[in-house]
Design a protein around this ligand. Structure first.
Ligand code: UDP
Ligand code: MG
Length: 342
């Protein structure tokens, strides 16, 4: 466990507003947990959460979002929900993806503060203690910073490291390095997030964008308790592209810059070729250089077209404005009278 009085914690405080000590009590804490094929972890996750939350002694609700699981996740969840009324389930009609599942959880949470965490126990429930401590000091966002990642492949660690640094360079929003979605957010931030209807959501970026007073707490990210990662390379790339395209135009500006550079070089070369043709007897042997020029330029054009395409595809998704998710069933929400489905 981390020492709360550790001064190094303060060093991660972002340059947002300074907090004012909160005087009101935490009347309800919501915990949002996206789950996709996590049957093996649900029971132990609940036990750990129950232990931690009873110790803390705040009223709470656990909002599990079943993101179209194909294993026994829903069975495990409904078992819990039938025994404990504070366990609520949002059951999706199919798999909509991690970020959308978190969004649905936030839409349904009614707590004064909401903790977002993964189901696989990589995000230690014990950190919730410190989250609340910081919340009481007045912070609106308390995010967990991964000091160390256990049990993940060298490739995943390296690619994650590269990704967080790349996105930092590409965007104007100061997204803290090495943070996932594991965090506590205050009601004002939850409301800001639920008012954003973007489809390709990069929640940790949106939270940074929202501002308010934020602070990071370092932690050691554990191994997944059971099961496999639900983020294969393909999904990781899509996630990275969502993050970059929703916060930066820079890739589009590269296209302009590369285009100008190539065009200028091309003009210089053209003048030289014309000069040689008119005023010298140098015979220009062409095939290799032409092939290189055609292939390199063709390749570059396709890449640039692809970059533009990434943005256009996302614009298309936004314009169609389909609902972010569809719900098959809600469990233990009988006491709520809100229109949930957006
Ligand atoms: N998850 C989800 N929908 C998906 C993929 C993942 O709800 O399409 C959930 C998953 O059940 C877990 C969390 O998102 O609770 C993070 O996924 P995972 O642990 O597989 O990612 P990793 O930690 O390997 O990056
Ligand atoms: Mg995980």
């Amino acid at each position: 466990m981390l020492n709360l009085s550790d001064n190094s914690l303060e060093s991660i405080q972002s340059e947002h507003q300074h907090p004012h000590k909160r005087t009101q009590e935490l009347l309800l804490l919501s915990i949002v947990i996206p789950t996709y094929n996590e049957e093996k972890v649900i029971a132990v996750l609940y036990t750990r959460l129950y232990e931690v939350l009873t110790q803390i002694g705040v009223p709470y609700e656990l909002i599990f979002v079943n993101d179209g699981s194909r294993d026994g996740t829903l069975r495990e969840l409904t078992k819990l929900a039938s025994e404990h009324s504070e366990v609520r389930i949002v059951d999706f009609s199919r798999n909509f993806g991690h970020q959308i599942a978190v969004t649905a959880g936030l839409d349904h949470a009614q707590g004064d503060a909401v903790v977002i965490m993964d189901a696989d126990l990589q995000d230690s429930p014990y950190l919730i203690h410190q989250f609340i401590e910081k919340w009481r000091q007045g912070y609106d966002v308390v995010y967990a910073v991964r000091k160390e990642r256990k049990g993940e492949t060298a490739f995943k660690r390296a690619s994650a490291k590269l990704f967080y640094r790349t996105i930092q360079r590409l965007t104007d929003v100061n997204i803290p390095l090495d943070t996932g979605d594991f965090r506590l957010i205050n009601r004002n931030v939850v409301d800001s997030l639920t008012s954003i209807h973007e489809r390709h959501r990069f929640i940790r970026g949106l939270v940074a964008w929202a501002g308010f007073s934020q602070i990071g707490i370092p932690y050691v990210r554990d191994e997944r308790y059971a099961g496999e990662t639900k983020y294969p390379l393909r999904k990781m790339i899509k996630f990275a592209l969502d993050g970059i395209t929703s916060f930066s135009y820079k890739p589009l500006q590269w296209a302009t810059k590369v285009g100008f550079t190539v065009a200028i070089l091309g003009f210089i070369d053209a003048i030289m070729i014309i000069y040689e043709k008119l005023f010298t007897s140098v015979t220009i042997q062409g095939w290799s250089s032409i092939m290189i020029a055609v292939l390199v330029l063709g390749g570059m054009q396709l890449i640039m077209l692809g970059i533009v395409g990434e943005y256009i595809g996302r614009i298309y998704d936004e314009v169609r404005a389909r609902p972010l998710y569809l719900i098959q069933d809600l469990y233990n929400f009988e006491d709520r009278h809100r229109e949930f489905c957006k």
